[in-house]
Write a protein that binds this ligand. Structure first.
Ligand code: ADP
Ligand code: MG
Length: 644
């Protein structure tokens, strides 16, 4: 045995590190001689499989060794723990994500996922902390002294998921300098911030997830403009497609295979896949150990097998571009991230999709950690560049429920945060003394189909006629993704504020599902919305007409009351039906019948007195409801969101 003499400067300041805490693999990097490098273990591996095995003697194993034990003790070996971060224990999705023994929280315990392993219970934060500790040990071995860490997270991670990641870092004893979005980290690794301005797409195909992000670089500041993807799409799907092919080539029935046969074939498939990245054909031993003894797969065949997966990524990319309002031709660069983008078919597909050669010469499975190291170096004050600021977006629209159960969107999805918007509303009923404010999130037209975030009532408003109260609702989402809702009745100054976490527990899958639902139900939602709105409108018009008939009978001319009442009756009959166009038509007819009377009232002194108060509301209404309410002047909602 030889002793290696290492020379290091004991006074050297601790080095900051960058960590990619991935679903499949994690790694740590730092800046060495002004260049970011990944830290390797003693076997020369930089990628640490994100697997944690809890042994029977209280020992904890992380990485390749843990992964090896996953087959025989699946419940004690947690893989892809990232999927559980920040999720509620009651989330119906969680239980479908692994063969684990889940434990429900006890009375008074936080609503987080818990796994029973051996005789203890661990949370995703604790499992992630084990991975972070293993990475920190690697860094310690290399650097002697570790300063702070930058940990990356997917751009779509919500506040709860980010908080959980930060907690894991702290639990591992790391000083978390900042969480950094994975796509932004990749852009930093390529030094794109030096361009000052530009638009970039980051295409990240990992082991089990696909993420696409549109980044806008504005005066050296990166902003996430939109995110998209599929949380159940990645290299594992390629492995499965290839495994089926292997069963087929081996003339074996997948349906009859034992779990261990499936496992060896999947392992073989992954190896063959990796081989096909460099070779155009791979010949290998039949993993089932039967005849035919040798099998072979060509790259051309593999490309065919993965084509449908690639097309799914393409659809997500197109949607992300649309959400960001950026055309593919307007991009200044496309970055490849994730181990699966090594596959030549993926590279070719991305090139075809975006019409340009993507940036891919930095190791795609290391690029995120390398960028995090660059950022860590800057934050630790050792870099030369100015600090790069980062902004996020709201994953799903935020709004409130208005008359008829319809949603009025206040902050649309993909709005960059921090953000604030205001909308104004009025009362629907006479002598209404409270406003029920129901805050919802989602893309559907009706509140019942969206996620309910908070409900509160603004009380104590003095009795006023319908349309006289003016309620201003302000939504403010801060940089951490927390939503503050402020409601104020303008005439009385009565106000109330509530804080909600708009996206806690809203993972990408839920977001995806909610978006799909909105698309699927688009037409029927719209019809339901139109009907609800028409009924609300009809109800209001009937009320205000009756009130004016009662208030100023002296202004009526002969036969006018009868004509107006007939029109009211016709409108009420149409409201019992379900055709919004009929209701609209009857409203117009009632309008026509009462027009002269309304004009006379308008000229009347009383009408003149209130006109000044109503005017501003009426004008705003025109914009929002395209004139329907303009004729009546007591709108709901009254004004479009302003100050975006
Ligand atoms: P994650 O971000 O999900 O943690 P990675 O970026 O490390 O994952 O990607 C892991 C995936 O990359 C695995 O499915 C793995 O099989 C795949 N992969 C790694 N190297 C190659 C290669 N040379 N050819 C094809 N696929 C690869
Ligand atoms: Mg990754």
């Amino acid at each position: 045995m030889t002793q290696l003499l290492e020379i290091f400067d004991p006074k050297a300041p601790p080095r900051a590190i960058g960590i990619d805490l991935g679903t499949t693999n994690s790694l740590v990097a730092y800046v060495k001689n002004e260049r970011p490098v990944a830290i390797e273990d003693c076997d020369g591996r930089a990628l640490l499989p994100s697997a944690v095995h809890y042994g029977d003697r209280g020992d904890v194993v992380v990485g390749v060794d843990a992964l090896r034990r996953a087959a025989e003790s699946p419940r004690e070996t947690i893989v892809s723990v990232k999927r559980f971060m920040g999720r509620g224990a009651d989330d119906p999705e969680t239980k479908r994500m692994g063969p684990y023994a889940f434990v429900s929280p006890k009375e008074g315990e936080a609503n987080v996922v818990r796994f029973a392993v051996r005789d203890k219970v661990v949370t995703p934060v604790e499992v992630s902390a084990e991975i972070l500790r293993a990475l920190e040990r690697l860094a310690q071995d290399e650097l002697r002294s570790v300063g702070g860490a930058v940990i990356t997270v997917p751009a779509y991670f919500d506040d709860g998921q980010r908080q959980a990641t930060k907690d894991a870092g702290r639990l591992a004893g790391l000083e978390v300098l900042r969480l950094l979005n994975e796509p932004t980290a990749a852009a930093l690794a390529y030094g794109l911030e030096k361009k000052q301005n530009g638009r970039f797409a980051v295409y990240d195909l990992g082991g089990g997830t696909f993420d696409v992000t549109i980044l806008v670089l504005d005066d050296g500041v990166f902003q996430v403009k939109s995110t998209g993807g599929d949380s159940a799409l990645g290299g594992d799907d390629m492995d499965r497609a290839l495994a089926e092919e292997i069963f087929h080539l081996a003339k074996s029935d997948v349906a009859k295979a034992t779990p261990s046969e499936v496992r060896v074939v999947l392992d073989a498939a992954r190896e063959v896949k990796h081989g096909l990245t460099t070779a155009s054909e791979v010949r290998f031993d039949n993993p089932l150990g039967r005849d035919p003894a040798m099998l072979d797969v060509t790259r051309a065949r593999f490309d065919e097998l993965v084509r449908p997966l690639l097309e799914r990524t393409g659809r997500a990319c197109k949607r992300a571009l649309r959400d960001a309002g950026v055309a593919a031709e307007e991009l200044d660069g496309v970055i490849l991230v994730g181990g699966s983008t090594r596959v030549p078919a993926v590279r070719a597909y991305v090139k075809e999709l975006f019409g340009r050669e993507p940036l891919g010469d930095i190791d795609p499975d290391k690029v995120v950690a390398l960028g995090a190291a660059v950022q860590a170096n800057i934050l630790a004050g050792q870099g030369s560049a100015d600090e790069v600021l980062l902004l996020d977006v709201i994953p799903l629209s935020l709004g409130i429920e208005v008359g008829g159960g319809v949603v009025d969107r206040i902050l649309p999805r993909n709005t960059t945060i921090p953000a604030a918007a205001r909308a104004a509303y009025t009362t629907q009923e006479d002598e209404q003394t409270g406003f029920e404010i129901h805050v919802v999130q989602g893309e559907r037209e009706l509140a019942a189909d969206c996620r309910s975030l908070a409900k509160f009532t603004l009380r104590g408003i003095p009795k006023m006629s319908a349309g006289m109260a003016r309620l201003e609702v302000t939504f403010r989402v801060d940089a951490d993704g927390l939503l503050g809702v402020h409601a104020r009745e303008e005439r009385t100054g009565i106000e109330q504020t509530v804080t909600v976490k708009p996206s806690y527990g809203l993972d990408d899958e839920t977001v995806e599902q909610m978006l799909l639902d909105a698309i699927d139900h688009g037409e029927e939602d719209l019809a339901a919305r139109r009907l609800a709105e028409a009924r609300v409108e009809g109800h209001r018009v009937v009320g205000s007409t009756r009130k004016s008939l009662d208030a100023e009978p002296a202004l009526l001319v002969a036969g006018e009351r009868e004509a107006i009442e007939a029109a009211v009756a016709a409108l009420e009959a149409s409201m019992a039906g379900d055709d919004p166009r009929k209701i609209q038509l009857r409203i117009e007819e009632l309008d026509e019948a009462s027009k002269a009377f309304a004009e006379r009232r308008m000229n009347h002194a009383i009408a003149a007195a209130i006109e000044g108060q109503r005017l501003s509301v009426v004008e705003k209404t025109v914009e929002h409801a395209k004139g329907i309410e303009a004729a009546h002047g007591a709108p709901l909602p009254a004004a479009p969101p302003s100050s975006r």
